[in-house]
Write a protein that binds this ligand. Structure first.
Ligand SMILES: *[C@@H]1O[C@H](CO)[C@@H](O)[C@H](O)[C@H]1NC(C)=O
Ligand SMILES: *[C@@H]1O[C@H](CO)[C@@H](O)[C@H](O)[C@H]1NC(C)=O
Ligand SMILES: *[C@@H]1O[C@H](CO)[C@@H](O)[C@H](O)[C@H]1NC(C)=O
Ligand SMILES: *[C@@H]1O[C@H](CO)[C@@H](O)[C@H](O)[C@H]1NC(C)=O
Ligand SMILES: *[C@@H]1O[C@H](CO)[C@@H](O)[C@H](O)[C@H]1NC(C)=O
Ligand SMILES: *[C@@H]1O[C@H](CO)[C@@H](O)[C@H](O)[C@H]1NC(C)=O
Ligand SMILES: *[C@@H]1O[C@H](CO)[C@@H](O)[C@H](O)[C@H]1NC(C)=O
Ligand SMILES: *[C@@H]1O[C@H](CO)[C@@H](O)[C@H](O)[C@H]1NC(C)=O
Ligand SMILES: *[C@@H]1O[C@H](CO)[C@@H](O)[C@H](O)[C@H]1NC(C)=O
Ligand SMILES: *[C@@H]1O[C@H](CO)[C@@H](O)[C@H](O)[C@H]1NC(C)=O
Ligand SMILES: *[C@@H]1O[C@H](CO)[C@@H](O)[C@H](O)[C@H]1NC(C)=O
Ligand SMILES: *[C@@H]1O[C@H](CO)[C@@H](O)[C@H](O)[C@H]1NC(C)=O
Ligand SMILES: [Cu+2]
Length: 646
């Protein structure tokens, strides 16, 4: 790699290298799926896809990340790395750093002393990595337990792809006119950055395939025509070999598998990836669900035919067994129970909640608050981290159990930063029952002796999972759904693990880290940016206020449209089943702030003048959503009103 310089340093008896990269994130025009040019593909030093990083256990990685994105912020998170004492380089704006503003550089600087396997890196700024800012990160193991079983390896990075950029999609996703929170439908699936990829292999050879889902939304089924896969590691954890013909891989998960090629080369085979279409609200007719790639044995062979299957009989990762000794925690000291709920707030937007909280970024990054608290005792008090960050303080070395109940009907892959966790329980799919069914601690579903450990685990619809880990890695760690749309909706909480340990062990904040923070509002103070009284949260960022009792976002949409239309909206309301709520409009209007009422009244008048004929009589959602000009205007203003209202 031309931009890398390698230095050698002696550590113990082994040579540990330092890999120093200079990276410049910029927008370029590109065409990942070969079907549409996009102007805002994020490139590294002008190139897409981003480089595969490959280091050895014990090496130091230094990345000078320059933000060349013009007007947009960025950041970089190294997925799955423990970042002992370098929590400041975990890369999460609002938690462990500030957003890197355009024109500035943050130098990430950390080692990988105790991890090996398949990882990846990505921007942790507002869904941005789905625009291309992501790559794979391999930590080689000189003592790989399966090294005698394979002779070469290949990286297979999976993702979905959108033709619209993420900021455009986010605007229409987090929108009053998307009250059910339907996620944008991707256009295609990619492999190693492109569509219809080729993986070259030799015949009669066993390979280690590192399958890494670097996508931001859909899980994928993955299978190879007439080739079995033997899973030997997941998420950087070696497992006892388990042979399967198919895996199911959520975003952010990794499967290392052994694949032995045929001893003939007369034809190529299909490598298939398929969208888990149960995650899509609608499946457009022209969406290619099964995408075909080539396991290429020889030049001149024709492109393999699509290889469809009837059974989606994939390996259930719950039953994998770690190869090494992972301590199986048979109890917990601290239980955290969270229910996943998707619901609307007063601006009509659909949010995601753990219990009643949708995550809102604090004014000061939480790590900054830990380090600047007046004393250790204050740093142990969750209050200073804000009421809307869902901050939970963990005591040094306690065994933490997270019970996650999924009140939603979708699958969600949850990720914990800074750890791999023990998978204690995972309930079945309750989508056909009268769910949701929460975890019943007195009647556990499946007890296991040698539990699986990993760093991303999915929960099934209306079901639950239970995980445990030991709070032995001081740091501020995010726990969140890795579906970027859901993270944007606030499906996250903050674990402040052993704050005294952080204050004692964290390396001094680096100069570039501090510079970046200084240019966007500082890193000293509580969540509300109060440097004097850490228990005074006045002015903190909080979630939007709830909808008036008895209303749904659809009702609000109907109301807004009826106001625009200038008719007091029986038709629209009827469509959304709101007619049975007495005095619906009056009640909504009463619950609105003065500003909101004025706004709606003015808007109703204003629109009537210009647009009455077109819009007035129909009252139909689908017709009116065509009138994008007005909906966009109303939306922007509506949002501003709510923000000012705090
Ligand atoms: C980053 O790339 C842009 C576009 O090529 C260039 O204008 C800028 O000078 C580069 N900045 C750095 C620090 O490399
Ligand atoms: C990939 O292959 C599919 C057929 O399997 C085809 O429809 C699609 O256009 C191809 N994409 C590109 C970019 O060539
Ligand atoms: C995203 O697309 C929109 C609409 O085409 C455009 O206005 C905007 O500048 C794009 N954003 C970025 C970051 O390029
Ligand atoms: C960049 O981050 C700063 C500080 O958090 C924020 O005020 C600003 O709105 C962000 N810019 C964009 C384009 O999101
Ligand atoms: C990286 O971190 C190490 C350990 O703190 C420090 O000695 C070194 O100077 C740092 N390098 C850079 C380029 O920041
Ligand atoms: C396949 O590999 C095995 C062991 O490496 C070797 O004995 C055998 O001759 C090879 N067969 C072919 C067809 O290359
Ligand atoms: C070719 O592969 C098959 C199984 O894949 C094996 O049984 C056979 O012995 C191999 N032949 C040679 C010549 O290696
Ligand atoms: C993709 O596979 C599924 C299941 O096998 C099938 O129902 C669907 O029709 C396939 N789609 C295409 C375009 O081949
Ligand atoms: C392999 O996975 C299956 C579940 O798909 C499980 O039943 C079996 O016990 C596993 N075997 C081993 C050796 O891990
Ligand atoms: C989740 O669903 C369960 C079971 O219906 C219910 O008891 C619980 O209150 C729900 N949680 C939330 C936060 O709504
Ligand atoms: C969530 O519920 C708790 C306990 O009832 C309450 O103290 C807190 O204010 C609520 N938070 C929000 C954001 O509604
Ligand atoms: C925090 O307060 C200081 C002093 O008032 C101000 O300069 C800074 O911009 C504030 N930062 C944020 C993120 O609000
Ligand atoms: Cu989710």
């Amino acid at each position: 790699m031309k931009f890398a310089t390698a230095l050698l340093a002696l550590i113990g008896t082994a040579f540990a290298e330092t890999h120093h990269f200079q990276w410049n994130a910029t927008y370029i025009t590109g065409n990942p799926d070969g079907l549409a040019d996009v102007d805002d593909l994020i490139a590294c030093n002008g190139e897409y896809p981003w480089p595969d990083l490959r280091v050895k256990k014990g090496d130091r990685i230094i990345i000078d990340l320059y933000n060349g994105l013009g007007t947009d912020n960025c950041s970089l998170h190294f997925h799955g790395l423990f970042q002992h004492s370098t929590n400041q380089f975990d890369g999460v704006p609002g938690l462990t750093q500030c957003q890197i503003p355009p024109g500035e550089t943050l130098t990430y600087n950390f080692t990988v002393p105790d991890q090996v396997g398949s990882f990846w890196y990505h921007s942790h700024t507002q869904g941005q990595y789905m625009d291309g800012m992501r790559g794979t990160f391999i930590i080689e193991d000189p003592d790989h337990p399966y090294k005698d079983h394979y002779s070469d390896e290949r990286i297979i990075a999976l993702a979905e792809w959108y033709h619209d950029n993420i900021s455009t999609l986010t605007n229409s996703f987090l929108d009053l006119y998307n009250p059910t929170g339907a996620e944008p439908i991707p256009q295609n699936l990619l492999m190693n950055g492109f569509m219809n990829a080729t993986i070259n292999v030799e015949s009669n050879t066993t390979y280690l395939f590192r399958i890494i889902n670097i996508g931001g939304f859909v899980s994928q089924y993955f299978w190879i025509e007439d080739h079995d896969m033997t899973v030997v590691a997941v998420d950087g954890v070696y497992v006892e070999p388990n042979t399967t013909s198919m895996i199911y891989i959520t975003v952010a998960q990794r499967y290392d598998v052994l694949v032995t090629t045929k001893n003939t080369t007369d034809r190529d085979f299909a490598i298939m990836q398929k969208i888990d279409d149960t995650m899509l609200d609608i499946v457009p007719d022209d969406l290619l669900l099964n995408v075909t790639n080539s396991l290429k044995y020889a030049e001149g062979n024709s492109w393999p035919k699509t290889y469809l299957v009837d059974d989606y009989d994939f390996l259930d990762d719950f039953w994998l067994t770690p190869l090494d000794d992972y301590e199986n925690y048979d109890h917990y000291d601290h239980q955290v129970t969270i229910d996943v709920v998707m619901d609307n707030l007063g601006n009509g937007v659909n949010y995601a909640f753990f219990n009643n909280i949708t995550y809102v970024t604090p004014k000061i990054p939480t790590l900054g608050t830990v380090l600047s608290a007046n004393n250790d005792s204050d740093s142990l008090n969750a209050q200073i981290y804000g009421s809307n960050t869902h901050a939970i303080v963990l005591q040094k070395d306690e065994i933490v159990e997270i019970v996650l109940n999924n009140n939603d009907t979708g699958v969600h892959p949850f990720h914990l930063h800074g750890h791999v966790f023990q998978v204690v329980e995972r309930g079945p799919d309750y989508s056909d029952e009268d769910g949701p069914i929460p975890y019943n601690e007195s009647a556990p579903y499946i007890p296991r002796n040698e539990s699986m450990f990993r760093d991303v685990l999915y929960v099934r619809p209306q079901s639950y999972f239970v995980i445990r880990f030991k709070a032995n890695n001081p740091g501020v760690w995010f726990f969140h759904c890795h579906i970027e749309w859901h993270l944007l909706q606030g499906l996250a909480l903050t674990l402040i693990e052993d704050p005294i340990g952080i204050r004692e062990n964290e390396e001094p904040l680096s100069d570039t880290w501090k510079n970046v923070c200084t240019s966007c509002g500082g890193f000293v103070g509580n969540a509300a940016n109060n440097t004097e009284d850490f228990f005074n949260l006045q002015g903190e960022n909080v979630q939007v206020k709830p909808l008036p009792a008895g209303f749904t976002a659809r009702g609000i949409v109907a109301l807004v449209f009826s106001c625009i239309a200038g008719i007091l909206g029986c038709v629209a309301i009827g469509i959304y089943g709101m007619a049975d709520i007495p005095n619906m409009e009056e009640r909504v209007v009463q619950n609105l702030s003065v500003q909101e009422r004025e706004f709606l009244e003015n808007e109703a008048g204003g629109v009537e003048e210009g647009e009455s004929g077109e819009n007035g009589s129909s009252g139909r959602y689908s017709d009116e959503i065509q009138n994008k000009k007005y909906s966009d205007e109303i939306n922007t203003e509506y949002r501003e009103i709510n923000e000012n209202d705090k």
